[in-house]
Every structure is written in C-alpha cells, then in structure tokens.
Design a protein around this ligand. Structure first.
Ligand code: WQD
Length: 341
C-alpha cells in the first residue's frame, strides 16, 4: 500500500517543491495550508506537474479543532511540518505572532500525532540555529548560539520540543533538517518563491531587480573578513532540498535511522559570497543586476556553510544541482510569473 504524507505549509516555497518530489517518489500527499503566505495556484501547479489529484485542506495548524479534522479524514503515518512564519525582521516587531504560530502549530502537530498514532515527523529547522559558528563548516555538533531573533528562537525551541517529545512518546520519531539558504525553483518554472512585498532574501531581490521591479540591489557590506568582503552563505537548490525530505521520511518509514530523533544539515557544503552570487546570476542568465555596496545589515552573520558529511553518509543524500542551474531556474520562474519572454 502507498504511504501517505501530510505536508503542512504545502502551498509554500519549500512545501510545494517537496510535495512534487514526494509524489514522484511514489508517496501520496495531503496538503494543508492556511494560505497566509502562499497561493492556491501553487497547489494547482503541484497537481499539474505531478498529474496527481492531491487533496488540499485550507486549515490553520494553530486551530487545533480544524486541524484535528484532517487527522480524522485522512490516513497517514508521516507529517512534514513546513507551516510557519519566517520573516526575521517581522519576528522582532511581532514576537507573539511568531511564538504563537510557530510553537503553537508544532505542538498541535505533535499532540495530534500522539493522539492518532501517527509515527513520523520531519521538522523544518534552519542554519540560523548556529548563529555565527566559531568553526566552519558547521557540523550538526557545532554548538547552537543564542538566537538573535524570535524567528530563530522558534526554530531552536521547536527542535527541543521535538527532541523532548520523541524521548517521552515511544510512538513518535522525528528528523529535524537544518536548511542553509534555499534558493531556485522547479525546472518546470511552475512553482517557485513568491515573497509578498519587498523581498528580504537575496535571490528574490536579485530576480526582481533583473526583472526591473526593483531599481537596484543593495549589497549589505563588503568589509567582512571574507575573500571579497561580502558575506558567505551556503545556497541550496530547493529541489535538492525537497529531495532531502523524501529521504528523511523514507528513513523513518523504513525504521533505518540510528536513533528516533536525528538532525541533519542540508546544504551544499560550499560557501558562496553575495558578490559571487550576483556575478554568477548575471553571467548565467545574460541579464544585468544593478547593485551598489551599502552598510552591513544588522544581525547578519559573516559566514556560515554546512558540513554535509552526516547527510551524505547517513541519508545517502547530496546536493546535485549546480549553482548555475539553480540561478537559471530562479530567473526562469521570475520571468514566468512576470510574463517576461
Ligand atoms: C543572504 C546574504 C545578506 C538581501 C535568512 C534567515 C534564515 C533563513 C533564510 C528563512 C546575506 C545578503 C540579502 C539583500 C544582500 N530564513 N543580502 N542584499 O540572512 O542568510 O538567512 O533567510 O526563512 O533563517 O536568517 O539570507 O537571503 O536574507 O541573505 O546583500 O537585499 O545576502 O546580507 O549576506 P540569510 P538572506
């Protein structure tokens, strides 16, 4: 019998790509999303890409009663929990929204799993838990640093909630995936990142600048202690990242984990600077990205990239799409949504 996976936040950027990869790997998928930061069109596109009649429930995971109906209606043994608020700056201005949404929804996921005998959960964590690591690349053993935003704090707390729940409830297994910087879009250009308003993240700002929606990109700082002075990050292709979720669910379904709670870094293992990324985007896509150097952005870390040895060896997962392919896909998606030829 086919395994079914509940994907919360499945209309969002990473959730929609993961839904596609799950179906293509032979899973059935149920998508839950409150559409607060996503569009129904993404669900339609996931159906189109996969040809699968994927059920969708417009539900807020914080609404326990409504969310419980999903657990009653569908039979599934695994959950991938993406649904969360994710804007770092907004989390500083509205901490209660972030603690309420991100902790509340995850507590509901786990307590409903316990109540309905659902065994497996993948949690979307983030490299933000490392802050500025003392040594690079960051391994899963690299100590977490105190969070610098409520958003980052919710990722740390949710990891702890998962660890403690797995320890206490024998029926539950969990994997936390620490994403580095997810970018790019599906090769079909039918799904991708759709930020509301002015993008905070680098690649959506680049694609919107190339499309003429933004006048110029501000490069936040060129006086860091890095080869070209701009910050270093580990940019991971969203399709590669989506596949990591398929591998993580499969590992729990097959009971092949080393322990019932595991954490994996999901990145490429390669640092790329902001200026390198801008130059690569221009070269690969043959478009100009007007940019100027401005001061540092408060809260930015200088450099962080992943040691992916554990994911490579234990999950048998590795990032395979090149940065060039990924940047081409990001531009193809931007052109698709803006009707640019
Ligand atoms: C990348 C680099 C900027 C915009 C954040 C969150 C993290 C995760 C992903 C997700 C940095 C520089 C950016 C711009 C720039 N959260 N930059 N001009 O800060 O590494 O991570 O997003 O949901 O938790 O902290 O990603 O894309 O914002 O920045 O120069 O207009 O690009 O300074 O060096 P970041 P980012």
């Amino acid at each position: 019998m086919k395994e079914t996976v509940l994907v919360t936040g499945g209309a969002g950027f990473i959730g929609s790509h993961t839904a596609v990869e799950l179906v293509e790997a032979g899973f059935d998928v149920v998508i839950v999303d409150n559409l607060s930061n996503a569009e129904m069109a993404a669900v339609e596109s996931v159906r189109k890409i996969t040809g699968a009649d994927i059920p969708f429930e417009k539900v807020d995971c914080c609404d326990r009663a409504a969310f419980e109906e999903v657990f009653k209606k569908y039979k599934f043994n695994s959950v991938i929990h993406f649904a969360a608020s994710k804007a770092v700056g907004e989390s500083v201005a509205e901490p209660l929204k972030y603690y309420g949404n991100n902790l509340g929804s995850f507590v509901n996921v786990l307590s409903l799993m316990k109540q309905y005998g659902v065994e497996n959960v993948v949690f979307s964590s983030s490299a933000t838990v490392y802050g500025q690591p003392d040594t690079l690349p960051a391994t899963e053993q690299t100590p977490r640093k105190p969070a610098t935003s409520p958003y980052g704090n919710t990722k740390q707390i949710c990891e702890d909630i998962l660890r403690d729940s797995v320890a206490a409830y024998e029926g539950i297994k969990g994997i936390a995936l620490r994403y580095f910087n997810p970018i790019g879009a599906h090769p079909s250009a039918l799904i991708g990142e759709l930020p509301k308003g002015v993008p905070n993240n680098l690649v959506p700002f680049i694609t919107q600048t190339a499309a003429g929606i933004r006048k110029e990109l501000s490069v936040f700082g060129d006086d860091y202690n890095t080869p070209d002075g701009s910050c270093l990050r580990d940019y991971i292709d969203v399709v590669d990242l989506a596949k990591a979720h398929v591998v993580a669910v499969t590992r729990m379904v097959k009971n092949s984990g080393k322990s019932r709670f595991e954490i994996f870094n999901i990145g490429t293992g390669k640092p790329t600077s902001v200026l390198e990324l801008v130059n690569a985007f221009e070269r690969v896509n043959g478009v100009k990205v007007p940019h100027k150097i401005v001061g540092r952005r408060p809260g930015d870390v200088e450099a962080v990239w992943a040691d992916t040895t554990l994911a490579n060896n234990e999950l048998g997962w590795k990032a395979v799409r090149s940065l060039d392919e990924t940047l081409a896909s990001a531009w193809a998606w931007e052109k698709h949504i803006r009707n640019i030829q």
